[in-house]
Design a protein around this ligand. Structure first.
Ligand code: C5P
Length: 235
């Protein structure tokens, strides 16, 4: 079985991230580098992590004019990351530019293009917050609308909350990959996550990848935590 666990390296610097990555290597499928770590450790860290043979999910949620996003995606492809995120509310043209840039840049380098994942509605936003930015009031409807647009633009996957998986699976092509944060094992605190499922529940609902942060990196034994999660998927 392909290992679907992506560990979020939500730590402040390269040395902590590399220590964590070494600890859990072999027990997880990929590492997520987000804004905190990338802003502190930069592309050099991504190259260093990539040299260990790890797969990397660069989660910088690009959202800008199409030309700028296309160039940012080209830079990410130059780092040879395997997945990256863009905001779907940047629009169809922006998403198409991202996809085209990934294919073109990867082709020129003779690499596999990264999986581009669309972010729909941030899970921190509810109906009232959507209304404030003029995007309706129903989170579910807005998620579906943006997901459909991402598919139309040719994106290969979406980031979604665990509780959106089933609803999205009903109308998305089976080839669309779903990457899901908000995983909790039960027993531990949910932290700031409001909508959670266990790893097993999320995979059963139709997720392809699970982004897991605190349940692994904040555990007393991160490698043991990753192993237990993997075991829960195999049983
Ligand atoms: O620690 P935890 O498992 O909650 O970490 C989840 C990771 O997934 C974090 O890096 C967070 O930024 C990311 N994420 C999320 N919810 C989203 C999108 C991304 O929790 N909707």
């Amino acid at each position: 079985m392909r290992n679907p666990i992506i560990v979020a390296l939500d730590v402040p610097n390269a040395s902590q991230a590399l220590t964590l990555a070494r600890e859990v290597a072999g027990r997880v499928g990929a590492f997520k580098v987000g804004s905190e770590l990338f802003t502190s450790a930069g592309p050099d860290f991504v190259r260093q992590l990539r040299q260990t043979g790890a797969s990397i999910f660069l989660d910088l949620k690009f959202h800008d004019i199409p030309n700028t996003v296309a160039k940012a995606v080209a830079s990410a492809v130059n780092l040879n990351v395997q997945m990256l995120t863009i905001h779907t509310c940047g629009g169809l043209e922006m998403m198409r530019a991202a996809k085209e840039s990934a294919l073109k840049t990867a082709g020129a380098l003779g690499q596999e293009p990264p999986l581009i994942l669309g972010v729909t509605v941030l899970t921190s936003m509810n109906g009232a917050a959507l209304e404030q930015v003029g995007a309706g009031t129903d989170v579910g409807t807005q998620v579906e609308r943006l997901a459909a647009l991402a598919v139309e633009a040719g994106l290969g996957g979406l980031v979604c909350s665990p509780l959106e998986i089933q609803r999205l699976r009903r109308f998305l092509p089976a080839t669309t990959r779903l990457v899901t944060p908000g995983i909790r094992l039960g027993g531990e605190q949910a932290d700031d996550q409001k909508r959670t499922l266990s790893a097993r529940e999320a995979m059963d609902a139709g997720a392809d990848w699970l982004v897991i942060g605190r349940p692994i990196y904040a555990a007393p034994d991160p490698a043991g935590a990753a192993r237990r999660i993997l075991e829960s998927l195999a049983s």
